[in-house]
Design a protein around this ligand. Structure first.
Ligand code: ATR
Length: 286
């Protein structure tokens, strides 16, 4: 059968991404042999490249794309339509080119993250969370947590103003939740370290800088806590090793990768994604 339905991943760099393997594996599993998922690196310079790339999806007859670092916020202005979640979050990771050629932006990171946490039997409703980092990924994670009923969230970031901005964005929509922002430093980490769920959305610890950690060695976690690192390369960051030593539950971002991918897969194909297969597959690759 000929390939007539192409999607892919836009980002810089994308050579490390396992999304192409994961999606092509899922297409093959469902017999969707006319579908293909391609890596699509878009250089940072000249800055007009990202606009050309996104508008090029329509011109080239693509069915859609994923968007990753650093373009999740930058591509928003080029969308013809945005889902409510995408507007609320302010970042997208999935584009669908509909039958009329409209570019429709979605965020499947937020529900993908929540699905993975719930998959592991962790309750979010009425719990307290500490989120490290305040970039595009943080926005999705915080929205997902608030939407799932998290009652208190602290965001700590190197650039403190970005953490405050995120809180200001979400406050009107989630009036019942308590939200704090602060600098990612020892004092604030100690103060918030007992949160039920701690999530790293920074790039600290990402290969090849495995020795970095958005945490301090002398601050222990405790059993009953979940420490979730969005990083999956390496499979076990220094943060997750530290969490395990303290008896906390430690999860990397592979489950979230599979869930956000499965949601994007369904948006493109209109079919239920083989999420268990996708999850097993990414776990086997890592
Ligand atoms: P993403 O879309 O994956 O969230 P991003 O928007 O570039 O990517 O955000 C990266 C996050 O990692 C930010 O919170 C960033 O902190 P700043 O907002 O201060 O830039 C954080 N980060 C990256 N390198 C860091 C470092 N060396 N120390 C502390 N935080 C770092």
């Amino acid at each position: 059968m000929k390939v007539d339905s192409i999607v892919g991943i836009i980002g810089w760099p994308v050579s490390h991404s396992i999304s192409p393997l994961m999606h092509n594996h899922a297409f093959a599993h469902l017999g969707l042999t006319n579908w293909y998922y391609a890596p699509m690196p878009v250089a940072l310079q000249p800055s007009s490249r990202i606009k050309d790339a996104v508008l090029g999806l329509r011109a080239l007859g693509f069915k859609g794309a994923n968007v990753t670092v650093p373009y999740k916020e930058a591509v928003m202005p080029f969308m013809d339509k945005l889902s409510d979640e995408a507007v609320a979050i302010g970042a997208i990771n999935t584009i669908v080119v509909d039958k009329q050629g409209m570019l429709c932006g979605y965020n499947t990171d937020a529900p993908g993250f929540i699905a993975d946490v719930l998959d592991h039997g962790v309750t979010i409703k009425n719990r307290e969370a500490l989120v490290l980092g305040a970039g595009g990924s943080c926005r999705g994670v915080v929205f997902g947590l608030l939407n799932a009923g998290c009652k208190k969230i602290t965001i700590l970031n190197r650039t403190e103003s970005k953490a405050h901005d995120i809180i200001e964005t979400f406050k009107p929509r989630f009036k019942d939740a308590t939200m704090h922002a602060g600098l990612l430093d020892h004092k604030h980490l100690i103060k918030a370290s007992a949160a039920d769920i701690v999530i790293n959305t920074t790039s600290l610890g990402l290969s090849p800088h495995e020795q970095d950690m958005p945490w301090d060695e002398d601050i222990a976690f405790h059993p009953g806590q979940l420490v979730y690192d969005l990083i999956y390369n390496p499979k076990e960051t220094k943060l997750l090793q530290h969490a395990k030593k303290s008896g906390a539950k430690a999860l990397n971002g592979l489950g979230m990768l599979a869930h956000q991918g499965a949601l994007a897969f369904s948006l493109w194909t209109g079919q239920k994604a083989p999420v268990a297969l996708m999850k097993d597959y990414v776990l086997s690759l890592a």
